[in-house]
Design a protein around this ligand. Structure first.
Ligand code: 13P
Ligand code: SF4
Length: 405
């Protein structure tokens, strides 16, 4: 569990004394981009002084606030962040690189995480107690991470226990999961993985047990097991947390090697086999390069598959004149298209329809300016803090990932 600590000046978000719940819904709060959702850590808390997006001085204000903070602040930026934000990142990376980088700056008092909530939680777990991790907009969650709750996963483990397979099952949880799920993983001797080390995580897990419970992205789990490790689709079953016993019989659980949680990324889920066929027609000779969160048939039809960092490295190494269709978030693809055009490398988006990650996009320049100026004035806002018990076990699972061969 995480506490997201808002600014000390924020109004307290409690139910009214008459007992009538007249609070606005979380959705309304998200749309307004203000105040907090008391029922969730993912409220938005920018009391009063969030700069207007039209302020022409935003870039200068961010620069000045960062300069005032100096070595005290370390800004991390995930590759899906907007250009206006990424220009202020001290380091950019995929979620694995950012987790390592966050841990490698013990002298920074404040870690400003321009990414999503689960990344900021992981940074809090991996950094020292003297460091404070800040997420510029608390509404920057991840819909995939929300698809596995602690209660659902505990219930799943009961189902596995009942079927007699829990003792031989090792949980492997994707980084895109809450700290609670990471703690579950640590408690049961498992590991975290990211899209850049999923294969190594599964190799390790199968050296520890006979089956893997893979949370929460069914696609990364299936793609790694089948495409990279040569398992068959029949080795995989999908556990649906919304059905009794996950929708599976004890026999199916006993026969399976990979028990995949029924979660997915709604951004990468938009790419289809048609997108691949269509781009191959539109751009003759194109290389299709996709993120492993894409559906299995998309990954099978692609030429290359890998994490955001892998996508960037592949384009860096590509020869001039080559053509690339990229299946991942649009901020990154657009940046890559602009970066590599002068080198004569053509980069296009895999799908014709726009595909931003709306929660990654929550972090914009006004929120970053508000965060940096508040910190420079000595006010810690939007702190992400994982409770000690959760942190202890989540850290075990994260450290297991960092120690993977
Ligand atoms: P990467 O680890 O490849 O950066 O992916 C993170 C993510 O959220 C992809 O949707
Ligand atoms: Fe989550 Fe998908 Fe956005 Fe990545 S792209 S942060 S998995 S919703």
């Amino acid at each position: 569990m995480t506490t997201a600590q808002p600014s000390p000046t924020a109004p307290s978000a409690t139910a009214p004394a008459d007992g009538l719940d007249v609070r606005p819904s979380p959705l309304a709060l998200l749309l307004l981009g203000r105040e907090s959702d008391p029922a969730s850590e993912r409220g938005v808390e920018c009391p009063g002084d969030l700069p207007a997006p039209s302020d022409p001085d935003l870039v200068e204000r961010a620069r000045a606030a960062k300069e005032r903070l100096g070595e005290k602040v370390f800004v991390l930026g995930h590759h899906y962040q907007r250009d206006e934000v990424i220009q202020f990142a001290d380091v950019t990376g995929d979620s694995f690189k950012l987790a390592r980088d966050a841990a490698a700056r013990p002298e920074a008092e404040y870690i400003v995480f321009c990414g999503v909530h689960f990344m900021a939680e992981s940074a809090d777990i991996l950094t020292g107690d003297h460091q404070q991790v800040v997420l510029p907009d608390l509404a920057a969650g991840c819909s995939m991470a929300d698809m596995a709750t602690a209660e659902q996963v505990a219930e799943c483990w009961d189902v596995l226990t009942e079927a007699g397979v829990a003792g031989t099952t090792v949980p492997v949880s994707y980084m895109n999961s809450s700290a609670d799920i990471k703690a579950f993983t640590g408690r049961h001797g498992g590991t975290i993985c990211t899209s850049s080390n999923a294969r190594r995580a599964l190799d390790w897990a199968f050296s520890q047990g006979e089956k893997v419970l893979f949370l929460p992205d069914q696609h990364l789990g299936r793609n790694t097991a089948v495409r990279d490790m040569g398992m068959s689709l029949k080795d995989c079953v999908v556990y649906n947390p919304h059905k009794p016993n996950g929708g599976l019989t004890a026999g199916q659980l006993r026969d399976a090697r990979m028990i995949l949680w029924r979660g997915h990324c709604s951004v990468h889920g938009r790419f289809s086999l048609d997108s691949v066929n269509d781009v191959r027609e539109r751009v003759p000779g194109v290389n299709v390069l996709v993120h492993p969160e894409c559906r299995h048939e998309v990954v099978e039809a692609a030429d290359h598959v890998g994490s955001t960092e892998y996508i960037i490295r592949t384009l860096e190494a590509a020869p001039a004149g080559s053509k690339w269709a990229i299946g991942t978030e649009l901020n990154l693809v657009r940046r890559l298209a602009n970066r590599f055009a002068p080198e004569g490398k053509e980069v296009v988006f895999l799908d014709r329809t726009v595909c931003f990650c709306s929660t990654m996009n929550r972090i914009d320049l006004p929120h970053l300016v508000w965060t940096l100026e508040s910190l420079a004035d000595g006010r810690v806002v939007n702190r992400i803090q994982v409770d000690p018990e959760t942190e202890k076990f989540a850290k075990l699972a994260l450290e297991q990932m960092l120690a993977l061969p």
